[in-house]
Structure formats: C-alpha cells, structure tokens
Design a protein around this ligand. Structure first.
Ligand code: PLP
Length: 370
C-alpha cells in the first residue's frame, strides 16, 4: 500500500477558536459584505502586521492587479512583464487593456531583470509589472532607478510576497502599488482574497471605489468599476489567520531549512533563490535540475509521483508559450533564454507548515536516491 499523498502545498487553516467569535459577530450583525466591520478591522490589523500604510482588500489578486493597472492609467500602451510567473500576471495586463511585452529573467532570483527590461523599452512602454516569484525579492533598487530614468511606472505582482522583508523593511514599499493574493495555496490565505498596497490614501480610496462598481456615493458612479469586494466571511478568515501567521512562517522556515541542509552539494541540483534568506517567507521550495543530475526533471517528477508525492513544475510552461500570448513578438523563445532554461529545470518540492519530518525525509531520500 502506498503512503498517503503529499501535495506540493496544503492550505493553512486558522484555529477554529480564533474564527468562531468572528463568525458569531457576522451572524449578529447580518453584515455580509460591502466594507463591513470585519473588513475594516482586517484592513487595519493587516496594514500594521505588514508594516504598510494603505491597503485595499479585494476579492482576489487577479482583480486587484487589474484595478491597480486601471487606477495607474495603464489601459493602453505596453507593459513589460515576466514570462516566468502564474498566468494571472499577464492576464491582468490584457484585461486592463494594455499589451504585455515579455523580458528575460535573472537566473538567481528568477525575477525580471531590470537590464533586460530596459532593452525592451519603446516609446509605447508605460509600465513594468515584475513579480517577486516564490517570495524572492526583485531587484527593487534596479527597478526604482529604471522607473526614474525612463519615466515608466512600476507595479509589483506581490502574490507570493506576503510578509517578505529586505533589510528589515517590507518589500511592498516599492513601486506605485503592490498586489497580494490570499488564495488558498498562498502563504497567507482568506480562502480567496487579495490586497492592493498603495502609497497614499487617495489611491486606496480610488481602488476601493473601483472594486465597488465605481460608486462615489449612492447616486454617483465616476468610473467603470467592477465587483472586486472582499466579503465579511473572508475578512473573518483573514483576522483568524493572522493570529497564527508567525507560527506558520516559522514552520515553513523549518521545512525549508531541512531541504537546504540535506540537498546541499548534490551534483546537478541547485536550490533556487538567493543565498540570503533573511526576511524570506519560504513561499515554496523550488529546485533546479540541470543535466549534471543523474535523471532529468520530468523523470524525477514521475519518480516522486509514483511514490504518491506530487511536486509541481512552477513555472512551466512559460506564460509566453501559452496560446493567448505565444504569437507576441516578445514571446519568441530566442529572446527569453534564461526563462526557458529555468522553466525546463524547475521543480517545486512540497512545502507547507504541517509537513512532518518523516514525510519530508521520504521526499529528500527519493531526490537523493540514484
Ligand atoms: C496566485 C497568483 C496570482 C493570482 O492570485 P488570485 O488571488 O488567485 O487571483 C497572481 N500572480 C501570481 C504570481 C500568483 O501566484
């Protein structure tokens, strides 16, 4: 008999004791959505936790990114982004009305490389949408500099970057806006949800209005908004999840450190990401399987699957290889050699807070086995 299935991630749930009083308050107030009391409380507590000033909670990260783009005026022209991400990043650019342009990535952080982005800037370029992939911080100083020199905006897809710090500061402080996802599979979840981090209160207010159909007040609508509101149930989840978040992050760190220790020095295997993991959230545990490893990436994936362990190829295929985008000039594989190589070698090993040591060792032993 096979041991129980281990998936690449397992959503974290809050303690029911933390959640129930919040649900009780919904049942008492009968306020289910539309800027309710729990949403307002969650927004304030979360801003404090993340160390940022202004947050708009939204229904999910994808809609948050579309609204951020819309509010930044990026409804036409070109937006440079990474092909090495979840497809929602590029979808958001298209849905806002702009044209995505792909640039290549850095082989260490796996994030968009400012030098490669600069080469793709044209008179039509309006903005850059980098992603802090797997919570590894982008070269934010490089993008700050590029934005200032070339007069383009920078918005971050921070779906993976919950709680990530650099030099003690939240990575969410960079760019015009950063968008978080609280989807079930993320480090911090509200079942579904997301947030737009803005630099000022007016932008926050504008995002809130866009998320509520563009209503200014009961009788005026000043923009083509949508419905991207976070409901009270999700806000309750968020408040309850925040009670346990430090434990979740510590448990993720323990699992990641065990992989780092035991997978060191394996020929042909590299643990992806920068060596300095201070302030990291251990969103995932990506490894790169290169030709010096004794089997190829897909054979390793199949070997793990035969033992009921389901690693995942994040991110393969590249977004630039997917049907809606593969005809863009910038999607030409010859323009994206590093992204392509990383997509062909990447494998995310299971990482979640309650992955027990015995299960993890079973995974590691299979990776080490010849
Ligand atoms: C999950 C994810 C999103 C989308 O977030 P949702 O909340 O699921 O809409 C966007 N970008 C990246 C990189 C993601 O991983």
């Amino acid at each position: 008999m096979k041991p129980p299935a281990i998936h690449v991630t397992r959503p974290s749930l809050p303690e029911l004791d933390d959640l129930m009083p919040l649900l009780q308050s919904i049942w008492e107030s009968h306020v289910l959505t539309n800027n309710g009391p729990l949403l307002q409380r969650f927004e304030a507590v979360l801003a404090g936790y993340l160390g940022v000033e202004h947050i708009s909670l939204v229904a999910n990260g994808t809609l948050g990114t579309v609204l951020a783009m819309q509010q930044a005026g990026l409804t036409d022209g070109e937006v440079i982004t990474t092909p090495f991400s979840f497809v929602a990043t590029t979808h958001a650019i298209k849905q806002a009305g702009a044209t995505p342009v792909f640039a290549d990535i850095d082989p260490v952080t796996l994030n968009l490389d400012p030098a490669k982005v600069e080469k793709m800037i044209t008179p039509q370029t309006r903005a850059i949408l980098p992603v802090h992939v797997f919570g590894f911080p982008c070269d934010v100083a490089g993008f700050d500099d590029l934005a200032a020199r070339r007069g383009v905006k920078v918005l971050y897809d921070a779906a993976h970057a919950f709680g990530v710090k650099q030099d003690g500061q939240s990575v969410l402080h960079h760019g015009e806006m950063s968008v978080l996802s609280f989807h079930a599979t993320k480090v911090f979840n509200t079942f579904e949800g997301g947030a737009v981090v803005t630099r000022d209160r007016d932008t926050k207010t504008a995002i809130d209005r866009l998320a509520n159909f563009g209503f200014l007040d009961q009788v005026s609508v000043d923009a083509v908004g949508t419905n991207a509101k976070m409901n009270e149930f999700c806000a309750a989840m968020g408040l309850a999840q925040l009670c346990g978040i430090d434990g979740v992050l510590a448990a993720r760190r323990t699992v990641a450190n065990r992989y780092l220790d035991r997978l060191q020095g394996v020929p042909g295997l590299r643990c992806a990401g920068p060596a300095d993991r201070d302030g990291h959230n251990n969103y995932a545990f990506p490894i790169l399987v290169d030709p010096a490893y004794h089997i190829d990436r897909d054979t390793l994936l199949a070997r793990l699957a035969s033992e009921n362990i389901f690693a995942r190829r994040y991110f393969y295929p590249l977004i630039s290889d997917l049907a809606p985008y593969n005809m863009l000039p910038s999607a030409d594989p010859a323009c994206l050699p590093i992204a392509r190589k990383m997509a062909d070698q990447i494998l995310c090993l299971p990482l979640y807070p309650d992955l027990d040591e015995a299960s993890q060792d079973r995974i590691i032993d299979l990776v080490l086995a010849r």
